[in-house]
Design a protein around this ligand. Structure first.
Ligand code: 5GP
Ligand code: MN
Length: 332
């Protein structure tokens, strides 16, 4: 684990206004970090703009402060356009491409800081703190709050706890360090109740989401002596179930949970075209490397990539071939 760069700390302390951004389709770590950090910065007397490309999905709309996020890029521009010291901070984003369709406008804000923990992080912005040994961006924001001598309110603690617990799969993945547990314990001491978080994160399905799960899991196909599992989600399934694409979050954990499986893949057909792929590995197989081969990225055990110009069938064939190779050649 590395230390927080001094220039990041100084720039944040000197800022009057902070624009917080994260990756498209934000997960619990992205959104929890953003909302938690927003309130920490406000506690330090800064004005904060919580920018998201899209409204918060039903999976995460229990996060305190999510109703204060804004999706209008013109509003970011007027917030950042005043004659005060403005800083942008990107959270949990491993690649500037993932900042979304307004990335060019966002990246114009200067200085632009980057805080991230993705392996294979592609450097962007003016200064960054990237630590791949951290479980989550939420964990990094906690350390940063300590370094800034900031107060962590109960709502911030809740958001950071959600960030950490979701990115570690409830403290089950190898990214969970002793420090992760200590931070979680300190957040609990600030009032976070783990059973309340678990209930909101895991036992909070809409009926539409369960119907979608039924359809997606029925596509399960196994290869390589059941070591490779593939599931598929089509635009048609989304439509029929009435669910939103964010509802697919976590489905890949079911094929991954099969005792024989080393790698699981979820192929997602976007409603507006394009096909995205999520990969999950257990054990030694490095799916970040596989994703990088297709222009994507992520972590050793969880990665993804996207094609804008291929059909679901074409993508499936490419993915099966690449993953058979990865498993067969002892990709470790
Ligand atoms: P998920 O499968 O949950 O969408 O993503 C798993 C991991 O892969 C996340 O850490 C995410 O940042 C990364 N990832 C997913 N899709 C992409 C992509 O299109 N490009 C890059 N660089 N990383 C991705
Ligand atoms: Mn993360």
């Amino acid at each position: 684990m590395n230390t927080i760069p001094e220039n990041v700390v100084e720039t944040l302390l000197a800022a009057d206004r902070v624009v917080l951004v994260t990756h498209v389709h934000p997960d619990g770590d992205a959104l929890g970090s953003l909302l938690g950090f927003a309130e920490i910065l406000e506690g330090l007397g800064k004005k904060v703009f919580r920018y998201l490309e899209e409204p918060v999905s039903n999976l995460l709309d229990f996060l305190p402060g999510c109703d204060r996020a804004e999706t209008d890029p013109a509003a970011v521009e007027s917030f950042a356009g005043v004659d005060e010291r403005v800083v942008a901070v990107s959270l949990d984003c491993g690649d500037s491409e993932r900042l979304g369709k307004n990335k060019d406008e966002l990246l114009k804000i200067s200085p632009f800081l980057v805080i991230d923990h993705h392996r294979g992080h592609r450097t962007f912005g003016d200064m960054s703190w990237v630590d791949c040994d951290r479980s989550s961006t939420g964990e990094m924001i906690y350390e940063l709050a300590l370094r800034l001598d900031a107060n962590i309110s109960p709502d911030s603690a809740f958001n950071l706890y959600v960030a950490i617990t979701t990115d570690t799969g409830s403290f089950r993945y190898e990214n969970t360090s002793p420090r992760t547990h200590r931070i979680a314990a300190e957040l609990q001491e600030k009032g976070v109740r783990p059973e309340v978080v678990a209930n909101l994160v895991y036992d909070n399905f809409t009926l539409q989401r369960l119907r979608l799960m039924e359809k997606v899991l029925s596509t399960l196909t196994l290869f390589e002596d059941d070591q490779l599992a593939l599931i598929r989600a089509t635009a048609q399934m989304l439509k029929e179930s009435g669910a939103e694409s964010a509802d697919l979050e976590g489905f890949i954990n079911y094929p991954r949970a099969l005792r024989t499986v080393k790698v699981a893949a979820l192929i997602k057909e976007g409603a507006a075209g394009g096909v995205s792929v999520s990969l999950r590995a257990k054990g030694e197989c490095d799916v970040a490397r596989v994703a990088a081969g297709f222009g994507g990225g992520g972590h050793r055990n969880a990665s993804g990539f996207r094609f804008s110009d291929k059909s679901v069938e074409e993508v499936e064939q490419l993915v099966i071939r690449a993953l058979k190779d990865a498993i067969g050649h002892g990709n470790d």
